[in-house]
Design a protein around this ligand. Structure first.
Ligand SMILES: CCC/C=C/C(=O)SCCNC(=O)CCNC(=O)[C@H](O)C(C)(C)COP(=O)([O-])OP(=O)([O-])OC[C@H]1O[C@@H](n2cnc3c(N)ncnc32)[C@H](O)[C@@H]1OP(=O)([O-])[O-]
Length: 325
């Protein structure tokens, strides 16, 4: 398993260095790729916490580039012995902090065009819109296979991370956004009824993979997961709390401070015993994917290539476009 993860990581690292996007280094306290900003909190030499902020405008979708940069950043944190806890959150609340992006990739070209002037607008109130639909629509099977491998890698890395992971959910969190959250050890969501979280794949005409389903079952229980997966339920905060998709709901302006204070409690537990316990709880679920990764990739690539599925995705994308009126 470790070998498989290391090999996949080397592929991602090579891709990452090709991207060559590192743009800010401030000692050991802050580093950034184009789409993920990492800030560390705590005195040098002491235990520190890192905050990984997603900033992939407009909706923090999990594009292939985002996945690559995310995994590289996470690996960097895993290798930094002074870091014991990581908070995942969206940078999108920072209005006006827009990123000038050269419109080189196909998906970004489309967005930059829509956004007259080449600036991609970050939308507030979005944790992550989930998998990038443009990576799954109108491409070829080889691309779908490459994309799915990166999605699997993200999930494995997060699910098996030895770090204490928490999500500070400051916005909508459908499907892949919910994936990010439920791999964490603890989830705190902003109390804003406009924000919803859940695995809504069935509404798009697609199906959550078995390993994500297992993660969901482990989080909210079999019956609740069975119902929520079939209906593609997106829970507003109070319901998400009730069903157990999130662990706490707090006023929006307290999400970060609350997450820090919960993190401090978790970090009071000795690492070795907490990590061994986490592995004991999660290993079997992760191993189910590890032993059939290639089959899962082929299955996804052939499923998503089907005409009927492409048609469903097309309709969903159209619906998203037209909802704006
Ligand atoms: C691993 C397991 C399987 C997981 C599967 C998934 O995750 S499947 C994914 C499941 N995810 C969902 O079902 C979430 C679908 N998205 C939403 O529900 C809403 O966009 C929102 C609530 C996230 C934000 O609402 P809002 O009113 O603030 O924003 P807006 O709606 O106006 O969108 C702005 C622009 O972004 C575009 N775009 C949006 N999402 C995606 C995407 N995922 N990808 C690519 N693009 C996306 C949208 O088309 C629009 O483009 P346009 O027209 O400017 O060219």
């Amino acid at each position: 398993m470790a070998m498989a993860l290391r090999a996949a990581s080397r592929v991602l690292l090579r891709a990452g260095s090709r991207l060559g996007r590192r743009e800010a280094v401030d000692g050991a306290r802050r580093f950034a790729n184009k789409r993920v900003l990492v800030e560390t909190e705590g005195a040098a030499g002491a235990t520190r916490i890192a905050v990984m902020k997603f900033r992939n405008p407009p909706v923090n979708s999990l594009s292939l580039d985002f996945l690559t940069e995310f995994v590289i950043s996470l690996e960097k944190l895993e290798n930094d012995k002074s870091i014991r806890g990581v908070i995942l959150t969206s940078d999108s609340l920072k209005r006006g902090n827009q990123t000038k992006v050269a419109a080189t990739e196909k998906t970004e070209e489309k967005r930059a065009t829509r956004d007259h002037g080449g600036r991609l607008q970050e939308r507030p109130g979005i944790f992550s819109a989930g998998l990038d639909l443009l990576e799954m629509y109108g491409r070829n099977p080889a691309h779908y296979a490459e994309y799915w491998k990166a999605v699997q890698e993200l999930w494995l890395r997060l699910y098996l991370s030895s770090l204490t992971l928490m999500s500070a959910i400051n916005g909508a969190s459908p499907a892949g956004g919910c994936l990010l959250a439920i791999t964490c050890d603890y989830r705190i969501m902003a109390d804003n009824p406009k924000y919803t979280i859940g695995l809504n794949e069935s509404l798009l005409g697609i199906v959550a993979p078995f390993w994500l389903k297992d993660n969901y079952v482990n989080t909210i229980g079999h019956r609740a997961a069975e119902r929520a997966l079939q209906l593609g339920t997106l829970f507003p905060p109070a319901e998400a709390l009730k069903v157990g998709v999130v662990d706490e709901v707090v006023p929006e302006d307290q999400v970060h401070s609350k997450t820090l204070s919960v993190m401090a409690k978790w970090l009071a537990i000795p690492d070795h015993s907490r990590q061994l316990t986490k592995t004991m709880m999660r290993k079997a679920t992760a191993d189910n994917l590890i032993k059939q990764r290639e089959a899962d990739i082929q299955n996804f690539a052939s499923f998503i290539s089907r005409d009927s599925i492409q048609k469903s995705l097309h309709m969903y994308l159209e619906k998203l476009k037209h909802k704006k009126g």
